[in-house]
Design a protein around this ligand. Structure first.
Ligand code: GGG
Length: 343
C-alpha cells in the first residue's frame, strides 16, 4: 500500500475559504481512488489573528515543516489589517522558512477557456529579491532592500533549464541587469553558466521591459520564462490576464534541495479578493488546478491529468464564473468540474 501523504490545509482569508472547499472535494475524489491523504486544517488568517493576535506560531510552523509533506494554501489579505502584517507572517514565512525557492506558474489557454493562445510557464524565484522584507521608512525616504543569493538563483534557474530541456521549450530570462547591476548582474552570470551546461536549450536573456512589450505583441514567441521574485510576480500576472484573469491561474512552489520534509506548497495565484468574498462568486479553477499541480508533484499523474481534463471539459461545455463572463457560482462551477472526473 502506498505511503500516506500529510497535507496542511490553510484556506486563509476572503475567497480562499470558498475555493479551498472545492480543493477539498478534489482530495476526497483522490482518496476514493485509493490515494492515502491525511489533512491537518489550520485556521491561520485574518480572523484568527484579530481574535488571538497569532499569525503562524513557531510551533505550528515547525509542525508543518517536520510533520507534513505539503501545504494547500488559499489566499491571504484582509482590509481590516491594511499593513498586511499577518499575510507576511503567514505566507512569506512559509515560502522563506521552507526555502520554497521555485514558484511555478503555468499559463495555458487550453485550461482557461479564453481566446488568446498562450502556452507559457513562468519560473519565479520565491524567497528573495525585494520581497525579503528588509528596509526602512524614514521621513521623506524609504528603502526596500533586494537580496539575491547565488544558491537560490542557481536552484531556480536549474529547475527552469531542466523543465525547458525535458519539454524542448525555449527559455527566456527576464532581467534588468543594465540598471540593477549587482543583483541582476548575478542572475545574468548564473544564467550564462547554466546556458553553457545546457546547449540543448534555446536560451536567451532579455531586458524585462523589452520582454513585456514582446509578451503583449507576440505571446506565442515564449515558452518558459524565468525571473526573480518581483519580475516573476508581474510577468505571471500579465500572463494570467491573457487567460481571463487571476481566478484561473494556478501555482506550486517547491524546494528542489528538499531541506525539510515539507517541500511543496500549492496555491492559486490570486489573493483574497475581499470584494468577491462571501458572495460565492470566486472562480475555483486556480485552486483546483493548483491541486492538480500538487498531485503531479506527488507522483499522481493520472489524478493530475484527470483534474486538468475536467477543467478543460467544463469550460469547453460553457461552464463559467462571472470573471470569465459566465454566471455560475463557485460551488456550481466546482461541481461542473467534479462531474467530469472519472470514478
Ligand atoms: N494565493 C496567493 C496569495 O494569497 N497572495 C497574497 C496576496 O496577494 N495578498 C494580497 C491580496 O489578497 O490582495
Amino acid at each position: 500500500m502506498s505511503k500516506s501523504v500529510r497535507i496542511a490545509v490553510l484556506p486563509g482569508d476572503g475567497v480562499g475559504k470558498e475555493v479551498m472547499a472545492e480543493a477539498l472535494f478534489c482530495l476526497d475524489w483522490a482518496r476514493s481512488r485509493g490515494r492515502r491523504i491525511e489533512t491537518v486544517s489550520l485556521p491561520c488568517g485574518a480572523d484568527h489573528f484579530l481574535a488571538t493576535g497569532e499569525t503562524l506560531p513557531e510551533a505550528v510552523f515547525v509542525d508543518i515543516r517536520d510533520q507534513c509533506d505539503a501545504i494547500l494554501f488559499g489566499s491571504v489579505g484582509d482590509p481590516r489589517i491594511p499593513d498586511g502584517r499577518h499575510a507576511e507572517e503567514i505566507l512569506l514565512r512559509l515560502r522563506q522558512g521552507l526555502e520554497l525557492t521555485v514558484n511555478y506558474r503555468p499559463c495555458h489557454s487550453s485550461l482557461s477557456g479564453q481566446g488568446t493562445r498562450l502556452d507559457i510557464e513562468v519560473f519565479r524565484e520565491n524567497t528573495e529579491g525585494p520581497y525579503c522584507l528588509q528596509g526602512s521608512t524614514e521621513p521623506g525616504r524609504a528603502i526596500d532592500l533586494a537580496i539575491h543569493t547565488e544558491p537560490a538563483i542557481r536552484r531556480l534557474l536549474q529547475a527552469a533549464f531542466h523543465h525547458a530541456a525535458a519539454r524542448s521549450r525555449p527559455l527566456t530570462l527576464a532581467h534588468k541587469a543594465n540598471v540593477l547591476k549587482h543583483g541582476h548582474g548575478l542572475w545574468l552570470r548564473v544564467f550564462q553558466d547554466l546556458r553553457g551546461e545546457h546547449p540543448e536549450v534555446a536560451a536567451r536573456a532579455m531586458h524585462a521591459d523589452a520582454l513585456l512589450c514582446a509578451l503583449v505583441q507576440e505571446p506565442s514567441a515564449f515558452g518558459v520564462i524565468a525571473a526573480d521574485n518581483y519580475l516573476g510576480d508581474l510577468i505571471s500576472d500579465l500572463c494570467a490576464a491573457y487567460l481571463g484573469g487571476m481566478g484561473v491561474a494556478p501555482s506550486i512552489s517547491w524546494a528542489p534541495h528538499r531541506p525539510f520534509r515539507c517541500s511543496l506548497l500549492a496555491e492559486p495565484v490570486h489573493g483574497s479578493a475581499p470584494d468577491l468574498a462571501g458572495k460565492g462568486l470566486a472562480n475555483p479553477i486556480g485552486m483546483i488546478l493548483s491541486t492538480a499541480l500538487l498531485f503531479r508533484h506527488l507522483g499522481w499523474e493520472p489524478e493530475a491529468a484527470a483534474l486538468e481534463a475536467a477543467v478543460a471539459g467544463a469550460l469547453g461545455a460553457g461552464a463559467k464564473t462571472c470573471d470569465l463572463g459566465g454566471a455560475l457560482s463557485t460551488t456550481v462551477m466546482g461541481k461542473a468540474i467534479r462531474d467530469r472526473l472519472p470514478a
